[in-house]
Write a protein that binds this ligand. Structure first.
Ligand code: HEC
Length: 125
């Protein structure tokens, strides 16, 4: 390896590590808070079909009503989704859905639904 190459590699290394430091600086210290705007997009796309229509019933595995989650407590929604994902709380539909969400998506969606006035993912809000 000649001197030019090793200088180039060194310069690249410095560039990459400063980019990593910058990315870390932009990440909030406490990632515990969700982003309601990002959550809304997911909620409308995934959840509103069931939770957005008052009185919706599902027929699987038996017929029962879908709970209203708009205006629900944020920590409660996070706990419910983690519970479905881990199997601590069992419902086959919600297990499949919660398992497809990342931890960030769970926080975002919970932040959205917890907003005052959030319809259950209805398109209007
Ligand atoms: C196919 C219909 C359907 C979809 C889509 C759906 N859910 Fe559910 N959800 C249900 C049903 C049915 C229950 C009740 C399950 C039970 O009895 O535990 C439920 C329960 C919940 C609960 C617990 C509510 C409570 O009062 O304890 C939360 C939170 C929840 N869903 C969030 C979501 C989120 C967030 C999404 C979108 C990612 C979503 N659901 C998508 C049908 C659905």
């Amino acid at each position: 390896m000649n001197k030019f190459n090793s200088t180039l590699i060194l310069a690249l290394g410095v560039f990459v590590s400063s980019a990593i430091v910058q990315a870390q600086a932009q990440t909030p210290a406490s990632p515990a808070k969700g982003d309601p705007a990002a959550g809304r997009q997911k909620a409308v796309a995934i959840c509103s079909g069931c939770h957005g229509i008052p009185g919706t019933k599902t027929a699987f595995p038996e017929v029962y009503s879908v709970p209203k989650i708009g205006n629900q407590n944020e920590a409660y929604i996070v706990a419910a989704l983690r519970g479905y994902r881990s199997g601590e709380r069992y419902n086959s539909t919600m297990k499949a859905l919660a398992s497809s969400l990342t931890e960030k998506e769970i926080l975002d969606i919970a932040a959205y639904y917890a907003q005052s006035g959030a319809q259950s993912g209805a398109l209007g809000k």
